[in-house]
Ligand binder design. Sequence first.
Ligand code: MLY
Length: 265
Amino acid sequence: AKDAFSWEEYLKETSSLPAPPGCFRQARVPPSNDFKVGMKLEAHDPRNSTSVCIATVMGLTGVRLRLRLDGSDNSNDFWRLVDSSDIQPIGSCEKNGDMLQPPLGFRMNASSWPMFLLRTLNGAEMAPAAAFKKEPSRPPQNLFKFGMKLEAVDKKNPYLICPATIGEVKGDEVFVMFDGWRGAFDYWCRHESRDVFPVGWCSLTKHSLQLPGNSASLPKAVSILPTSPSKPSRRSMQSPYRLPNPLPALPVRKGVRGRRPKSET
Ligand code: MLY
């Protein structure tokens, strides 16, 4: 399709290189997603990581699960990879001599937790142990370099995975910059973060990949350059790599291409 995002073209347009797969804590061959909507499992509460809770699979996107903690509200869903160490089969907690906890913000009185737990598990479809995949090992060290391209979770809209660029490398951390978004969504994370993926990951795992934003990170003066009437391109100026010379017209996104997902931020 004419408007589909192509990494191959985008890398050429931005004169940039993808971060090699060895940089990432991700499986070389992505695992299969064998979960089904409605299945229950145990998950660490993202807002209170020491407690293990019951979660329900609300949706599947690529090899990620959209999870909701039982007893929690519908506005704190979170996403985990099927090979995340944050999730485990029901029964794991007890096996480890631990107790299942109510989620932070449990919508009932704490005293009703034991009964709630019994009821939520009664007749539930439990995710089979085989659906949980082993978490990949960490890369030996931070192998990212300035300017490398990748796909990254937008932490403010964590259902989204977007084209991004390594803007800085510092010790075990990297600065993830979202292409075409003027820094609004950028963040630091550890090099072995599970939220960053090699170029091509979304396509490989059938997860949707966002288009780069249309804001160029260039000095004001540049943005008054006339736009080319011929071929509007999806060029993002955020790549810290060489800019083409002469500078191309800034992309003007029209119609379907310009529409952004409903604002959640
Ligand atoms: N609510 C946001 C959505 C933008 C998502 C940005 N990501 C793709 C980097 C907005 O303000 O438009």
